[in-house]
Design a binder for this molecule. Structure first.
Ligand SMILES: Nc1ncnc2c1ncn2[C@@H]1O[C@H](COP(=O)(O)OP(=O)(O)O)[C@@H](O)[C@H]1O
Length: 180
């Protein structure tokens, strides 16, 4: 489906938990002035969390309520959405999708440092090994708007910020008269 013309694009940053989404989005929001929408936080603040999943030790998301609440914001554009899943968002919301990736050892160490253990730790590392989030994004959006970014080192982060800023500049020059 064709994205509706907006004053600024909407960007989706996705990837396995621990891969670096928040870190990148914080920097991107600072540099670009776009709005960082951290779905987990928005869900919590707007009571979009339902019963607790005992196996994964995390709450279950009320997707319909969350999407309804974000529709207007997304229609204006200018948002960087950060979430570890992508399939339930409307395809029309996003102009580009970045899937952050890292190696298994790096991810394992980051998740251990975050206090993940047992099944939650194992499942998240497996999720990265099997490219689950990348496949999900490719199945949910046009392949040409889905891009993998390495998120292992601080140098990777700098170059990811630069690549996204270049893409943004290009979007503005093609879609509006205003450059960043
Ligand atoms: N490009 C990177 N290079 C080195 N460390 C990183 C990088 N991106 C994130 N990290 C570190 O990895 C950990 C998890 O990052 P975070 O942004 O919270 O991941 P997510 O939001 O995907 O769960 C944090 O300790 C962060 O400092």
């Amino acid at each position: 489906m064709q994205a509706i013309k907006r004053k600024a694009p909407n960007i989706l940053i996705t990837g396995t938990p621990g891969v670096g989404k928040s870190t990148l989005c914080t920097k991107l929001a600072e540099v670009t002035g776009l709005e960082w929408i951290e779905i987990s936080k928005v869900a919590k603040d707007n009571n979009c969390l339902e019963e607790f999943d005992a196996v994964y030790n995390c709450p279950v998301l009320d997707e319909d309520k969350l999407l309804d609440g974000l529709e207007e914001t997304m229609s204006h554009g200018g948002n960087i959405v950060d979430y570890h899943s992508s399939e339930f968002f409307p395809e029309r919301w996003f102009d580009i999708v970045f899937v952050l990736r890292t190696d298994n050892t790096t991810l394992y160490d980051r998740l251990i440092a975050r206090g993940y253990t047992g099944k939650k730790l194992e499942d998240n590392v497996d999720c990265e090994i099997f490219q689950t989030i990348l496949e999900e994004a490719k199945n949910s959006y046009k392949h040409e708007i889905v891009h993998e970014l390495n998120s292992t080192s601080p140098e990777n982060m700098e170059s990811n910020v630069q690549s996204i800023c270049s893409w943004l500049q290009n979007w503005f020059s093609q879609n509006t008269q205003t450059a960043l």
